[in-house]
Design a protein around this ligand. Sequence first.
Ligand code: NAP
Length: 272
Amino acid sequence: MRAEVAERVAALKTRGKTVGLATVLVGDDPASHVYVRNKHRAADKAGMISIDVNLPADVSQEEVIAAVQSLNADDRVDGMIVQLPLPDGLDGNAAVEAVLPSKDADGLHPYNLGLLILDRPGPRPATPSGVLRILEHYGVAISGKRAVVIGRSFLVGRPMAIMLGTKGIDATVVQAHSRTPDLAAVTLEADIVIVAAGRPGLLRPEHVKPGAVVIDVGTNRVDGKLVGDVDFAGVSRVAGGITPVPGGVGPMTIASLLVNTVEAAERTAALE
Ligand code: NAP
């Protein structure tokens, strides 16, 4: 995916259009700093300009919005992300809403989530897009299959469930969450299980139908180590396919951000 993006960036450059990805990072959460650094590295490798706005944790909401608005007005910026979560006391939703929908690399602006519900073209949320790309790349049959998505955040679980159930993808989708009383009863029916709960070790071998495909979105730090939501060693003995953490969905999220950004740049170039 990154090679494809790099080619598209190079093609735009020959027409005089550079492609830029900007990030807004607030505070000093070490994990967020790592994610943002990885995004910039990937953008650089794809030949994009990357613009890094770092704000201190004690910044005001107005200053965060002003930073987003200044990137909205910056012609070098085609795609932008506000790294979530913001520190306590700041409203991440309001910051995301301030991003111009046409520059929304994360696909999380309410306007773009509306386009998703309406099944109209627009930037799709990056993490679920990355998951679909994994399934597609490995030839996992989705149409007519039963998929369970564990988690219902606006960032991952909810858009993931909508995308899997879209016409043309056609999974039969169940969305599980913390109030699902018997998780195993639901997941044991599934051909595809996507876990995005932020609970290390949540999905165990007894939750998984033999041969099912398991996608682990979870990114948790346990004793300084990055782990997913799936008991990888146990579940990999039962599953037909499984994604690792680290690796797996994380890099695909970044690749999807780059795709959203180059698509935004192509739309801009088409209007020039
Ligand atoms: P979130 O906003 O905290 O949402 C977690 C969801 O999981 C909620 O819907 C919650 O249910 C559900 N849940 C929690 N405990 C559960 C349980 N025991 N059984 C069933 N469902 C449970 O988190 P998020 O932003 O969606 O992120 C989820 C995970 O993915 C995190 O580890 C995050 O770091 C990771 N992530 C990874 C990437 C990547 O690129 N790899 C990108 C984004 C997020 P309720 O709604 O009932 O509370």
